[in-house]
Design a protein. Structure first.
Length: 221
């Protein structure tokens, strides 16, 4: 059903900002906790926030980049599957084929983010940076982590357009390699762990503090 909807509807797309002195970054939204609010009746988090609202909630974003926002879908990441990730990969490649877009941020539910990020890492043709991010606390909680995570992801793209890292998962400022990243538990914003080689880096004050140099990326022919 989700795949059919993606095929049958043109993704809503919108440019926010037109400052010729700033780089342009694409933000492709797919759903997950970052785009959810608590449902008053059930107490559970449900999809509620559109792509452009997500971007509007990020203070300071317009000072660092023009944003091309694409509402790809709005689903819990348990509904993701290889076909949807393949479509997402094509969408990201087509956006990054535009010479003015320097990189992309994909917002995604955290439950299957590691798998989705790896799937895009091996299928994307682009060499431009692609950063997956999301949130552990939903948009109606007292401490939503989504807006800061989006800001840090865009800062990472702007600071390192030639990182050679392929797809990363970046939450709570820590940058993980898509090949080895794992979600380790369900409540802590520092849930993603990078595996034995450690984190690739850390986003601080709009800069990337790199802990690891370029990695050997695996890509499908
Ligand atoms: N259930 C959510 C999802 O993976 C969890 C999250 O986004 O943190 O879509």
């Amino acid at each position: 059903k989700v795949l059919q909807k993606i095929h049958n509807t043109t993704a809503k797309q919108q440019r926010v900002g037109a400052d010729p002195d700033l780089p342009t970054v694409a933000i492709i939204t797919t759903g997950g906790t970052i785009a959810e609010k608590e449902d008053a009746k059930t107490g559970g988090a449900v999809p509620a926030v559109s792509g452009s609202k997500l971007v509007d909630a990020v203070d300071g974003l317009q000072d660092i980049a023009n944003i091309e926002v694409v509402n790809f879908c709005n689903i819990d990441s348990s509904q993701m599957n290889p076909q949807i990730w393949a479509e997402l990969s094509k969408k990201v490649d087509s956006l990054l084929a535009q010479s003015d877009i320097i990189g992309a941020v994909v917002t995604h539910g955290t439950d299957t983010m590691a798998t989705g990020a790896y799937m895009l890492d091996v299928t994307l043709k682009t060499e431009k940076p692609v950063v997956f991010t999301g949130a552990m606390n939903d948009a109606s909680s007292i401490d939503p982590d989504g807006p800061a995570n989006i800001l840090h992801a865009v800062q990472q793209v702007c600071a390192q357009p030639d990182s050679g890292w392929g797809v990363t998962v970046t939450l709570n400022r820590y940058i993980s390699n898509a090949q080895t990243v794992r979600k380790t538990q369900t409540t802590n914003p520092q849930t993603f762990r990078s595996g034995p080689a450690g984190y690739l880096g850390y986003v601080f004050n709009g800069r990337v503090i790199a802990y690891n140099a370029a990695i050997q990326r695996q890509q499908l022919p």
